[in-house]
Every structure is written in structure tokens, then in C-alpha cells.
Design a protein around this ligand. Structure first.
Ligand code: F6R
Length: 612
């Protein structure tokens, strides 16, 4: 949510900042801006729209400045406009900053500053920070002014600030919004996200909450909010530059859909094999230190948002059926405001691609306070949720750039399936059963490859329905969450109305919507609820509704009822979501592309939601 990039070193800052903004654009793209220190002046340029608009504004102008900050915005306070875009400045044009997060008490602070004759140009909460720092900077140095200003602030921030009065440095600070300090050769690159750092260096420091860094061209110093110097570990980024490119695909989303056999393979490799052996209870690496506590767990609560929430719902079916542990799945945004009943026999599991989703992070903190064991299923290594949970397993899907989540989802399912095996083996699951599931899991990448080969067929079906304005997605048991996920995908990138429902629930209301213009997509593999799904299909058919079915290969009966069928390979019932979700991802992708939308950057969305 919003992207921050800052540069200080021996090279010209503007090209590096623009390149960084392009990398970060998936985090927010309604406007962008840049400030560079040049010949004792700060030059600021902003543009509404994508980064290319800012680039056009800069045009052929050659900026020699070697220190700068930049931002790509996802609006929270104030509509996208030049004046609301970052960087924001103080009254005198001395201090400029870029900000991610939300200053909750900004109005209160603004009122005080207005009384002190500060002049505000924007409607944003962020501008308040520039004026607050300016106020302290009348008597204190730059760093102390930032520290004093931050003491008055309530809310979240990732900040990069420059000051004409101390033009040899950048100050960065974090509370709740991620910031990474990249340590290059004779240069430092700060970003809200690893994708903008990786082409410069793989040596990084993850700034923690309430930490601040003062960075010059040759050195940096990190302190906490009380101005106590702290030393931090330098970590190695596990991303490559290649991973952050489209690699011949027309969109990141399509690349990421097609990467699924490979990344699922990565998630399984070295992990699934241990369930094929005669070992007593195989343990996954990241959970070893909590092995004893896991044996005593009586309840699991999964907290997550959006697509990650839906993978949690699949996990609920898996964990209850095969590990025998009562499991609940909660929207993280609701969990944090309820009074959840938790104790040390509960494991609260955060599922998050980014590891930075504000609601999920808050839910985990709440669970920790209540004494629960906290676990993470997170993609981004070094992210806040990965660091703050007691233990966990990384999903290893690599960077996901497309705003609509695809490979992150299926790799979350991989971890949930492995956890089911492990927790099941700790309890009553037989070795024979765990071997059988593990063997089938190993086949999943190949099965998905087979579905991807049919992408042209799915594209044709998507085109056939391109005039539809609504869709009903239906599924039962393991495929009920897949109905929800399929509906979310098409909503996000095609802006059509879609609802996901449990097939059995359809006759309790939504069937009233059905007519010949309101198609239904049934996820109907040959599983234990197949007959029930077929009855639902007949009910839709009887009301003139069109049907697209996702069915198991060889199912001839379904072709007689449905208008179109997309076949998926046979696997264990518990693993059908891996194969049933792929055609729905492709369907949504081709549907959005057919409508001419930028599916990688859907309107109003941003990749990582670091505000509440
Ligand atoms: C949907 C999507 C979002 C995210 C949600 C949680 O395609 O991407 O719904 O799944 O914002 O994000 P993470 O997994 O990063 O916590």
C-alpha cells in the first residue's frame, strides 16, 4: 500500500528513484512524486496517474542530485491529485517527506499547527508530519526534530525525509509500515518493499517498529524512538532480479498463474518427502522449536484477509478432517475487535502473502497478548508477521507482483496440507494415510501443468461470456472456499459483480437472481458431494440459468447439464482446490483482458494493505 523509495550515494538519484517507483507501482498507482536535493535546493515533481506520467513530466530534464525520495500513492486521505501526492513539504520548502501509513490524530495536530500559522496545501494526513518536523527544527537539529515529532503522532508510518538545512542525509523511520534499508557499495537504497532494492544489493536491514535511521552517503546509524543507538542484523534478500520481471508474459498475473507448478514444487521439495518415510512424526523445519506445544494444541484459529482468508477456509476442512483439530477461520479485521477466547492451548495462525497486512498483524499481536501460540504461513521472508510470530513455514512462492493473488494462494494451500499431515501424525493419522496424501501432493505440479495447457480453451469460454454483468460461483465442502476465491478474482480484475456461495445455500436466496443473463460457475469435481452439486445445477438449469462447470476429467454426465465444461484432473478430495482454482484464475484473467483492463493494477486496489 503506497510505495516508498529513497536513494543516497554517488549516482544520480532521479533515474534510480524512477526505476524503483516502477518496481513499486503495484503497491499503489493513483499518483507519484519525487524530491531531489540539488545545488542546495529541493526540487519536487508530482503527477496524477501511473509512474509513466511522472516520467513524462520529468522528460529530458537532467537532475544531478544524488539524494532523493519518491513515492507512489494509494489514496487514503484526499483524492488523487498533484497537491495530495507525496512528497509533502513544510511552509518554507526546506523539509520534504514521503509517508506510508495513517496518522490517526492528524486533524488534532493540524489544528494546533494552523494556530501556529502553518500553511497546508493538501488534504492528507501525511503533510502534518512535514510541518510538525519544521516546528521542532526551529530549535532542534534534523534528527531530534523527527524524533520529537514522532512522539506526538498516533498511527502508522514508514517515512523517508530530507531537509535542505542538513542536505547530506536522509532520515527514515518506521512504525507499522515496512521499510527496508538496502546497503549497496557506496550507496544506500531505502524502500517499502524488497522488489525495489534487489537490483542494487541483496544486503538489507529490516527496520523495526519505533526505529529510525540517519543515512549519509557513506554511513548509517539506527536508533530507537528514545534516541538510543541500536545495532541491527544485516540480512540477505532471497529475491532475484529475474523474479521481478514479466519473463515474456503479457502480465505478471499470467506469469504467476503459469509459475504455479514450479513454486508448488518448491514448496513441497524437501518437505513432503519426510511424510513418505516410515518416520514417527516428521516435523517441518520452522516449527521444530514449538513441536511440544503443537502436540498440546486443542484449537486452531486462522486469521487472514482476502484470498489468504479463503486459503484458511480450505485449511479448516483439511485440519478438521485429517488432523482432528477444531479449527476456526476469522477475518483478521473482525478478530481484532472481538473478544476472542484464547489460551495457551490455542494456536492462532496468520496467513499472509505480504506478511505486512495491518489487520492480520494486529490479530496476531492480540493473540500473543492473550497467551496463544502464534504461527505464520507467510511468503515474504523478513516481513513483520514472519518476524513476530512464534514459529511458522514460508510459502516460497517468490515475489507476487500482480495485485490479484494467484500463486500465493496455492502455495498457502501447500503449507496447510503439510501442516495437516504433520499435526495429523502427531495425533491419530496413520502412516499409511499420510503417505497416501503426500504421494498425491507430489503429483499436484504435474496436474496443474496439464490444466495450464488448456488455457486457450478457457480463454474462449471467457470471451463467450464477456457480456455477462454478474456471476454466481458455487461449490461445496473443499470447493466452497474456491467458489469464494473465484468470485473475488473476477470482481477484482474485471469489475463485474460476482458472488461466491456454498451450493447448498443457493436455494436459500441467491437463486432468485438467476435468469438467462446471470451465469453460474459450478465447481463440481467427482467427490463426496458430487451428487449434491448436480442437484444444485439442475435447479439453476430449471430456471434458465447458464452453467459453466469445473468437472473431473471423464465426467460425461455433467456435459449434458452444463453449457460449458472445463475439465480438471482427478486427485484426492482434500487436494481438489489445487486444481479447481486454476481454471478460475485463468477465466478471471482472460475475462479482464478481454475487457481491456490492466489486470496487474486493478482500479482502487493495492498489493499490500498496510492500513486498517
Ligand atoms: C486478492 C488479494 C487480497 C489479499 C489480502 C491479504 O487477490 O490479493 O485479497 O489476499 O489483501 O493480503 P496478504 O496475503 O498479503 O495478507
Amino acid at each position: 500500500m503506497c510505495g516508498i523509495i529513497a536513494y543516497i550515494g554517488k549516482q544520480k538519484a532521479v533515474p534510480i528513484l524512477l526505476e524503483g517507483l516502477r518496481q513499486l507501482e503495484y503497491r499503489g498507482y493513483d499518483s507519484a512524486g519525487i524530491s531531489v536535493i540539488q545545488k542546495e535546493k529541493i526540487i519536487t515533481l508530482k503527477a496524477v496517474g501511473k509512474v509513466v506520467e511522472l516520467q513524462n513530466k520529468i522528460g529530458e530534464r537532467d537532475f544531478s542530485g544524488k539524494i532523493g525520495i519518491a513515492h507512489t500513492r494509494w489514496a487514503t486521505h484526499g483524492k488523487p491529485s498533484d497537491k495530495n501526492s507525496h512528497p509533502h513539504g513544510d511552509c518554507e520548502g526546506n523539509i520534504f517527506l514521503v509517508h506510508n501509513g495513517i496518522i490517526e490524530n492528524y486533524q488534532e495536530l493540524k489544528n494546533i499547527l494552523i494556530k501556529k500559522k502553518h500553511k497546508f496545501l493538501s488534504e492528507t494526513d501525511s503533510e502534518v508530519l512535514a510541518h510538525l518536523i519544521e516546528d521542532f527544527n526551529k530549535t532542534l537539529n534534523f534528527k531530534k526534530s523527527v524524533l520529537e515529532a514522532l512522539k506526538l503522532v498516533r498511527g502508522t508510518y514508514g517515512l523517508a525525509i530530507i531537509n535542505k538545512n542538513e542536505p547530506d542525509k536522509i532520515i527514515i523511520a518506521r512504525n507499522g509500515s515496512p521499510l527496508i534499508l538496502g546497503i549497496g557499495k557506496d550507496e544506500f537504497i531505502v524502500a517499502s518493499d524488497a522488489s525495489a532494492v534487489v537490483r542494487h544489493t541483496d544486503k538489507v536491514i529490516y527496520l523495526g517498529d519505533n526505529e529510525l535511521a540517519e543515512i549519509t552517503a557513506d554511513d548509517f546509524e539506527i536508533s530507537n524512538i528514545k534516541n538510543k543507538i541500536i545495532s541491527k542484523k544485516i540480512s540477505k534478500l532471497n529475491w532475484t532480479v529475474e523474479e521481478s520481471k514479466k519473463g515474456g508474459f503479457s502480465h505478471f498475473m499470467l506469469k504467476e498463474i503459469f509459475q504455479q507448478p514450479e513454486v508448488i514444487g518448491n514448496g513441497l521439495r524437501g518437505r513432503v518427502e519426510r511424510f513418505l518415510l516410515e518416520e514417527s512424526v516428521p516435523m517441518l523445519g520452522g516449527l521444530r522449536m514449538v513441536e511440544k506445544r503443537l502436540r498440546k494444541i486443542k484449537k486452531i484459529v486462522i486469521v487472514a484477509c482476502g484470498t489468504s482468508y479463503y486459503s484458511g477456509l480450505v485449511g479448516e476442512y483439511m485440519l478438521e478432517e485429517y488432523a482432528g483439530i477444531p479449527t476456526e477461520v476469522e477475518y483478521a479485521s473482525e478478530f481484532r475487535y472481538r473478544k476472542p477466547i484464547l489460551d495457551s492451548s490455542t494456536a492462532v495462525v496468520a496467513i499472509s502473502q505480504s506478511g505486512e497486512t495491518a489487520d492480520t498483524l494486529a490479530a496476531i499481536r492480540e493473540a500473543k497478548n492473550k497467551g496463544a501460540l502464534t504461527l505464520g504461513i507467510v511468503n515474504v521472508v523478513g516481513s513483520t508477521i514472519a518476524r513476530e510470530t512464534d514459529a511458522g513455514t514460508h510459502t516460497l512462492s517468490g515475489p507476487e507482483i500482480g495485485v490479484a493473488s494467484t500463486k500465493a494462494f496455492t502455495t498457502q494451500l501447500v503449507v496447510l496440507a503439510l501442516w495437516t499431515l504433520m499435526l495429523g501424525r502427531q495425533r491419530s493419522m496413520s502412516n499409511v494415510m499420510s503417505k497416501r496424501i503426500a504421494q498425491e501432493l507430489k503429483k499436484i505440479p504435474k496436474l496443474i501443468e496439464g490444466i495450464l495447457k488448456k488455457s486457450k480453451e478457457i480463454q474462449k469460454i471467457a470471451k463467450k461470456y464477456s457480456s455477462a454483468k454478474d456471476f454466481l460461483y458455487l461449490g461445496r465442502k473443499y470447493n466452497f472456499p474456491i467458489a469464494l476465491e473465484g468470485a473475488l478474482k473476477i470482481k477484482e480484475i474485471s469489475y463485474v459483480h460476482a458472488e461466491g456461495y456454498a451450493t447448498g445455500e443457493m436455494k436459500h436466496g441467491p437463486i432468485a437472481l438467476i435468469d438467462e443473463n446471470f451465469p453460474s460457475i459450478f465447481i463440481c469435481p467427482k467427490d463426496s458431494v458430487y451428487e449434491k452439486n448436480i442437484s444444485g445445477m439442475q435447479e439453476i438449469k430449471a430456471r434458465g440459468g447458464k452453467i459453466i462447470a469445473i468437472a473431473t476429467v471423464g465426467d460425461k454426465e455433467i456435459a449434458r447439464i452444463a453449457d460449458d465444461v472445463i475439465y480438471i484432473p482427478k486427485t484426492l478430495e482434500m487436494l481438489t482446490p489445487f486444481v479447481s482454482v486454476i481454471p478460475l484464475q485463468l477465466f478471471a484473467y482472460y475475462f479482464g483482458v478481454a475487457k481491456g483492463y490492466d489486470v496487474d493494477k486493478p482500479r482502487n486496489l493495492a498489493k499490500s494493505v498496510t492500513v486498517e
